[in-house]
Structure formats: C-alpha cells, structure tokens
Design a protein around this ligand. Structure first.
Ligand SMILES: [Zn+2]
Length: 104
C-alpha cells in the first residue's frame, strides 16, 4: 500500500522539480528571460528552466535562482558553463608559445 516504490527521481528531477519548473515558466510567462547586450529580452518561447548558479557551484532550486530559457540560449549557457568548469581544471598541456625571435 505504500508509495515508496514510486519515489524514484532521487537525482533531483522528480515531481517536485516538475512543479517548481511549471511555477517558474508561469512566472516568466513561458518566455525566455535572457537579456541581450542592449537589455532587450529574448522573444523566444521558453523551452526549459535553467539554474542561474549551477547546482555544481552551490546553486539551489529556489525561484530566485531559476529562470525560463529558450532552446537556443540554453545551449549557449550550458556550453559556457562547461567551459567555465574546464577553466578551473589545471591544464598540464599548455600550448607552447614560440619565441617571436624564432619565427621565420
Ligand atoms: Zn532566449
């Protein structure tokens, strides 16, 4: 009789997240909230809810840390975040700079 079998979603995207997501989309009018350099809001329909501060960096599911985002911006933001994450990793393979004096 227990519901324990159906809790699943222990990875953070269970029913609770779906509800939060709906609330954020509702709050933002189902539109992307990203602003361009001139401060104009993106006009695309929201396709996902994004964390302003990624969970890996200590971000929460609080509405203040969530924003609606379109597919295009989502790809861009996600790509940038993974670049940031990579930057924090020490690189042992720096490209060697050639001494200007040695160039032909
Ligand atoms: Zn957008």
């Amino acid at each position: 009789m227990a519901w324990s079998k159906t809790t699943g979603g222990s990875r953070g995207y269970g029913w609770e997240w779906r509800r939060t997501r709906e609330r954020i989309l509702e709050r933002d009018g189902h539109r992307c909230t990203i602003l361009d350099e001139d401060g104009n809001r993106c006009t695309e329909p929201a396709h996902a809810v994004d964390h302003r501060v990624g969970k890996a960096e200590g971000g929460t599911d609080d509405p203040s840390n969530l924003r609606s985002i379109c597919r295009w911006h989502h790809v861009r933001v996600t790509a940038r975040q993974s670049v940031e994450a990579r930057k924090n990793r020490p690189s042992r393979f720096r490209p060697q700079e050639r001494h200007p004096g040695l160039l032909p």
